[in-house]
Each structure stands twice: as C-alpha cells, then as structure tokens.
Write a protein that binds this ligand. Structure first.
Ligand code: HEM
Length: 458
C-alpha cells in the first residue's frame, strides 16, 4: 500500500501541497525544552486541549526527553485506529517484550500479532468472561466483607480483590495472601516501568524488582504445577486456550506461552480496572443525587439479566462517564513504521508520534459540558459518539482485556454501592495524578466501608 491509499490520511490537505515534519507547528508552553513536559504533568488534559485549539489536529511537542509529532481529535482517532499497520508496536512497546518475552502480544506487529490475538481470543471474548458473572459477584462480595473493620486505602483495595476474582474464574489457582501481594506489586512495578522510556533499564535493574519478578514467575510455575497435579484440565479460560490450540492442530503450548498466558488470564490489567473503580466511587461521592438514583436501580441487583447491562442503565452510564473523564492511558506513544500522510503533512518512517487518544473526551463540540460528571448524557439508549472514546485504545491492538473490565467494573461497583457507604477520611482530590504517562492511582486515600443495613440505609 502506498501512503496515498491510507484511509483517512491527507484528508485536510490540498493535493500536491504536502509539507514536512519541520513545518508542523511546535507547541510551546513555559521554558524551552522542559516547559511542555512540566505543563503536561501539571495538567495533562489541559495541555493537549490548549495545543489542539492553537494548532489543530497535528502539532509537535517535547515528551519524555524527545520531540514527538502529536495527532489529536476525532480525525486522528479515525486515522490511527483504521491504519494500525502504519505503526510499529515493536518499536513503541519494547519494554513489554524485554520484560515478558518477545512473543508478548502488546509489542507484536502484523501477522504474528494477528496470530497471537487469535490464540488468545477464547479467553477474552465477552461470553468467556460473562459465564463467570455469579462467581465474580460472590467473590467480590466475600472479599469486601473480609476487609478488617471496613478500613481500606481506596486507591489500592481493588487490585488484590480482582486478582482473587481471576484466581476463582479465568485462571483457577490456590493463591495465598503472600502470592496475591507479590502479583499485585509486580503488576504495578512492571507497568510503571513501561512508562519510563529509556530510564526503564535503571528501574528494572533494581535488585528489589529483579527479586519481585523472579518471585512472580516462580508463582506462575507453582500455579501451573497445581493444574498439572489435578490430572484433568480445570474448567477455566486458560484451559479454553489450551483446548482451542490443540483443536487447531498446533503443538502444545511451550513453557513460555504457559507462563505468558498465566500472566494474561490471572494478573494483567487488574490495576487499570482498580483505578476505574476508584474514580467511580470518587465521582459518585461528588453527586449524591445521582448516587441515590443509582442505589434505587441497584435494589434489583442480580447478575442474571446482566449481559448488555440494559437492566442497569444508571450503573452503565456511571462507568461510561468515568471512563470518559478518567482514562488510564491519556496519550499513547506510537512509532511510524512507514511513511504516512496526515492533515497535509508527510511523516517519514521512524518518526516518534503521540496519539492523543483521549483528547476528544474533553472537546465541547463532542461532549456538552465536557469537564463535568454528567452520566445522564448516556441515558435513553445514548452512548459515545463515533470515534469519541479512546479509553481502551482502538484498531487491531485495542485492549485485549476490555471485556474483563466491562464485567468486573459494574459488578464490583454494584457490590460496593449496594452494601456499603463509603466514608472518605478527607474529601478526595480530583487532581489527575500521573504515574508517568498514565493516570493510575497510587496514593493513600483512606476510607471506611460502613455496611448498609438490609433495605438500603447505612
Ligand atoms: C480499565 C481497564 C483497562 C484500560 C483503561 C486499558 C487500556 C488499554 C489501552 C489504552 C491499550 C492500548 C490499545 C492501543 O494500543 O490502542 C490496552 C491494551 C492492552 N490491554 Fe488493556 N486496559 C484495561 C484493562 C485490561 C485488562 C483487564 C487486561 C487483561 C488481560 C488488559 C490487557 C491488555 C493487553 C494485553 C493489551 C495489548 C493488546 C494488543 O496489543 O493487542 N487490559 N489496554
């Protein structure tokens, strides 16, 4: 395919007048070099909004110590997601390959990526997760009830709970408390490192991380051995992968594949969902009127009519609105795997690109009063406008675990809201705390979960 055949590319340029990277407007804020990264850290959404308003859907800026071309807005989402083959995920997501192995799905491109996604599909389709709804509901209820005196750090409470859920559903395993703590910490440190650019080498070289990683992979081997000892395949999503693989006539999984799929079905993404739940509870606390209506809806809570969530429109709307307002990955770095054209500019292969995938969440021409928590906007069958939600990314690399989150988050939120009043020790902050490039919480937000009396009031 030549660059001129890329769908959506070059839409805004008069033909024959393509300009080069050096002609792309440079977005400055504050001091040269350090100004843009500092402004981004202070106000990530505002930074890209100001740049977009000033320059339009393409501009350059400094990020992680280098100059990037930024693609932003609806047209950028359409272009980036429709042309996944323009991007070299191998060049962008190197850290995933270094830490988890070169076959890890996140940093594969082209056919190897397609093949890996196909292999993984039996464990991550909606049905594959939804079949566990009653168990997910029960485990979350049990885990919440087991929190001593209901006192918890809201920013960190859901990671271990979701690990327990996975160990009772998608990857059946007997996990001790210490195993859960290790997996929880590994997931946090590993993902944190992926956001550090070149500094990740120093971060990952720390003896503390090396030990943590060794312990984590030892746990993977231990839980895999637990399965072997059973003699028969446990009925979980890891087994679904093994079965589908053998049915397709492929050789049995290698040791690396087994460990990698253990990571994906047991550990991956728990903090992303935990972060979403954190923000759901913070926003619910900010709108008692909405939360009262939501509680009334949840009086009829049951996982039976759940799929599609039509029966719980307010619960669904709450999560949709928080996904819009508090995306975990605010921007996604990309690397041009080949030349492409966008908005009248020719970008050569090798150019570092940032896709401001969530900028559209905050455009008033897309969402009325975009900075406000207004879940009402999704009632009566309304949803996000096309290309206007970047929460799970898009294109062929769209989040593998989105169905996991789309099931775990409403079930967990319903469980907390129905059964507990969440008392914050201090008013929670709405400031976006960046875990270097991400919006995941790692903070101390003490809360008390006070059990509600049967019938609703606490
Ligand atoms: C709130 C929850 C989550 C958020 C916000 C989130 C966000 C994202 C985003 C933005 C991407 C990048 C997509 C792109 O490049 O366009 C992604 C990819 C991915 N996510 Fe998630 N994620 C979540 C939950 C999960 C869960 C529960 C899992 C568990 C398996 C998971 C596994 C993955 C994997 C493996 C990829 C790479 C997919 C590929 O490259 O083909 N995520 N996620």
């Amino acid at each position: 395919m030549t660059t001129t055949e890329i769908p959506g590319a070059n839409a805004a340029s008069p033909s024959g007048s393509l300009r080069g990277v050096k002609d792309i407007p440079y977005h400055r804020e504050g001091l040269p070099w350090v100004g843009p990264p500092l402004a981004y850290r202070k106000d990530p959404f505002g930074f890209h909004l100001r740049a977009y308003r000033r320059h339009g859907p393409i501009y350059r800026t400094r990020f992680r110590g280098r100059t990037y071309v930024v693609l932003a807005g609806l047209e950028a989402n359409d272009f980036v997601w429709r042309n996944t083959d323009v991007w070299s995920y191998g060049a962008t997501n190197t850290a995933f390959g270094e830490e988890l192995g070169s076959g890890h799905v996140t940093q594969l491109d082209g056919d190897p990526h397609r093949a890996r996604r196909k292999t993984l599909k039996p464990a991550f389709g909606m049905e594959a997760i939804a079949r566990y709804l009653p168990t997910i509901d029960r485990v979350i209820a049990e885990e919440l009830a087991a929190i001593p005196d209901g006192e918890a750090n809201l920013a960190e409470v859901f990671g271990p709970i979701l690990l327990r859920v996975n160990s009772r559903t998608t990857f059946l395993a007997r996990l001790t408390d210490s195993m859960v703590a290790t997996l929880d910490e590994f997931e946090w440190q590993f993902l944190f490192g992926t956001n550090l650019g070149r500094w990740r080498h120093l971060y990952y070289a720390r003896p503390q991380y090396r030990r943590l990683k060794a312990k984590t992979f030892q746990i993977f081997r231990e839980v895999l051995a637990q399965r072997d000892a059973l003699g028969a395949l446990p009925k979980d999503n890891f087994s679904a992968l093994e079965e589908a693989n053998l049915e397709a006539g492929n050789p049995p999984f290698s040791e690396w594949e087994k460990e990698n799929y253990t990571y994906l079905t047991l550990v991956a993404g728990v903090h992303n969902t935990a972060n979403l739940l954190y923000w759901c509870l913070v926003y619910c606390a900010s709108r008692p009127d909405w939360t009262a209506r939501l509680l009334a809806e949840l009086a009829a809570w049951s996982t039976a009519p759940f799929p599609g969530m039509q029966t719980f429109p307010l619960l669904k709307a709450t999560i949709q609105e928080v996904m819009r307002l508090r995306p975990g990955a605010i921007v996604l770095p990309r690397h041009a795997g080949r030349d492409f054209e966008f908005a009248g500019y020719r970008i050569p292969a090798g150019t570092p690109v940032i896709h401001a995938n969530t900028l559209v969440h905050f455009l008033e021409e897309v969402y009325e009063r975009p900075m406000e928590f207004l879940p009402e906007r999704y009632l009566n069958g309304r949803s996000y406008p096309p290309k206007a939600i970047g929460f799970f990314g898009g294109g062929t690399h769209i989040c593998l675990g989105m169905n996991v989150t789309n099931i775990h988050s409403p079930v967990a939120l319903a469980n907390v809201l129905r059964n507990y009043e969440v008392l914050f020790e201090q008013s929670p902050s709405f400031e976006v705390k960046l875990a270097v490039g991400g919006n995941r919480m790692r903070a101390d937000v003490p809360v008390r979960l006070v059990r509600r009396e049967p019938g609703g009031a606490s």
